[in-house]
Ligand binder design. Structure first.
Ligand code: NAI
Length: 511
């Protein structure tokens, strides 16, 4: 697998946010770069912008002054497509419109050498459709950078139906040489990240719509228990509600209305109201002058207890036991089914059932369910919900225990699955579907979510850590509780139970 040599000329078309970033990456990697935009003067302006970005890197000590000068000297505005005829790789980053992009590719075929690779930075269009009708569709591929391109490590390399394997290999090697983490994916709606990340937003939106808790509470749980950098509401406010909603709608439409991708009505209402997030001053939160961010709800309790009892193995939540002991709480261990008892309360990690349903089905009085945490030894917060007949006194005992172990406790209304568990189970389910449908390998999907959207753990590795059987149970309970196809478990998860019980290896060829 050979990367494009440094001497190879690269052309970037479209000098907007993405094109400028990509041109900077290529120039810093040593290529002569020609930047073209149909708006006269836009390419030169973009190069001035890149120059300021490079200055900032020098100020921060991240770039040597002479490297800045050399990179800048390699960037050239192009006045017409004729100037691109020496390029070995053209990266298109123009307006997201299939017809306009197709016209451009047809014209590029007339100007560029026959062995020049034509790549598109499209975030949603089919590479197969883009290449259709060209004389040499085999040299067309997707090269999907994330915003801002110089900072984000992930690049999705996308193969259309006709794309030549050698073209893909060259792009993978080139992106690697440019300091990126490339992943390989087939041209399917949303590619990897924009598809597999959808449940991250969808489950929080759904929980909010069902009155589970406030935005601030849900965001804090995703951050402080789940280990995500941001919760779904603060993140969509940053991305722009209109942008995030449009991506969901486009993936939903491309999957012919599969309910797994159904857009959210409350998000649509925000878009309709013009509450687009930070950029418009209001979204799920208020960013206007003088407004303050609401605090998450946190339960307090002064209930006294002498000790707690751990019955059986708590599974992924087992580090909680060491944490309780480290807080000088007497812990008695005995055989059982993975329960934690304190006073009259019984605590258990959610399995996707309503707390009230589980209390009745399993004959557990005063049941308090707790949520998944990325690391129970370190989490700052944990969400809990309680069954309808759990007494306030028993809940207070459960809260007192968790608080003594240094956890903030956020109450969630009794709904199937708690926020982190439900989100992670649905992310893993979508990742599993993508593996099953040969979109990408399991390892590349996990890498894409970690490098592209900064998830603290790849969804498939996370499913393995929780236990595929438990993830499957959560999904089955969600599916049963809601009666909606949206929650149907992926066949890959079921199959994994018969093939070693781990899902991360499922992307590898079987024979
Ligand atoms: P932008 O609107 O900032 O820039 C697009 C540029 O293309 C403009 O300067 C425009 O004058 C130019 N242009 C339009 N039609 C042209 C044509 N026919 N020939 C030459 N230049 C033309 O857009 P942005 O955000 O940079 O997006 C560009 C592409 O990258 C789109 O396909 C988008 O889906 C994709 N993308 C965008 C991301 C983002 O976060 N903005 C992330 C990843 C991909």
């Amino acid at each position: 697998m050979h990367a494009l040599p440094e001497v190879a000329e690269v052309a970037v078309i479209g000098a907007g946010a993405m094109g400028a970033g990509i041109a900077q990456v290529a120039a810093q990697a040593g290529h002569e770069v020609r930047l073209y935009d149909s708006r006269p003067g836009a390419a030169a302006l973009a190069i001035e912008g890149i120059s300021r970005q490079l200055d900032r890197l020098v100020e921060k000590g991240k770039l040597e002054g002479n490297a800045r000068d050399a990179s800048l000297a390699r960037l050239h505005p192009a006045e017409s497509l004729h100037a691109l005829d020496g390029a070995r790789l053209v990266i298109e980053a123009i307006v997201e419109d299939l017809t306009i992009k197709r016209e451009l590719f047809a014209e590029l075929e007339r100007h560029c050498s026959p062995d020049c690779i034509l790549a598109s930075n499209t975030s949603s269009l089919s590479i197969t459709a883009l290449a259709a009708g060209l004389a040499r569709p085999e040299r067309v591929a997707g090269l999907h950078f994330f915003n801002p391109a110089p900072l984000m490590a992930l690049v999705e390399v996308i193969t259309g139906l006709a794309t030549d394997v050698a073209v893909v290999d060259t792009l993978l090697a080139t992106a690697r040489r440019w300091g990126k983490y490339p992943v390989r994916t087939r041209s399917t709606p949303g590619f990897i990240v924009n598809r597999v990340a959808r449940p991250f937003y969808a489950e929080s939106l759904r929980l909010l719509q069902e009155g589970a808790a406030s935005c601030a509470s849900l965001d804090s749980v995703l951050r402080e228990a789940g280990g995500f950098r941001m919760g779904a509401f603060e993140l969509t406010d940053l991305i722009g509600q209109d942008v995030n909603y449009a991506v969901t709608c486009s993936v939903f439409a491309a999957f012919h209305g599969d309910p797994r991708f159904q857009p959210s009505l409350i998000q649509k209402e925000l878009v309709d109201a013009g509450r687009l997030g930070r950029k418009s001053g209001q979204g799920f939160y208020d960013y206007r002058e003088g407004a303050s961010r609401p605090e998450p709800i946190e339960l307090d309790s002064t209930a006294a207890f002498d000790c707690c009892v751990v019955e059986g193995d708590l599974g992924v939540a087992q580090p909680l036991v060491s944490r309780l002991r480290a807080a000088d709480i007497a812990v008695i261990e005995r055989p059982g089914t993975g329960l934690l008892r304190v006073g009259d309360a019984v605590l258990a990690l959610s399995d996707g059932r309503l707390a009230s349903a589980r209390a009745r089905q399993d004959g557990l009085r005063n049941l308090v369910l707790f949520d998944l945490a990325l690391d129970y030894g370190k989490a700052a917060r944990l969400a809990i919900s309680r069954a309808a007949d759990t007494t306030p006194a028993a809940r207070d005992q459960a809260v007192a225990l968790l608080r003594r172990a240094g956890l903030k406790v956020t109450p969630i209304r009794d709904l199937p699955g708690l926020p982190v568990l439900r989100t992670v189970a649905m992310l893993a389910n979508e990742a599993a579907e993508a593996v099953l449908h040969q979109v990408a390998s399991a390892a590349d999907i996990d890498l894409a979510l970690c490098a592209g959207v900064n998830y603290p753990k790849g969804p498939l590795a996370w499913a393995d850590a929780i236990g595929v059987d438990r993830v499957l149970a959560v999904l089955e309970h969600l599916h049963h509780s809601y009666g909606e196809d949206r929650y149907r478990p992926s066949l890959l998860l079921r199959r994994a139970l018969f093939e070693g019980g781990r899902v991360l290896v499922q992307g590898e060829p079987h024979d």
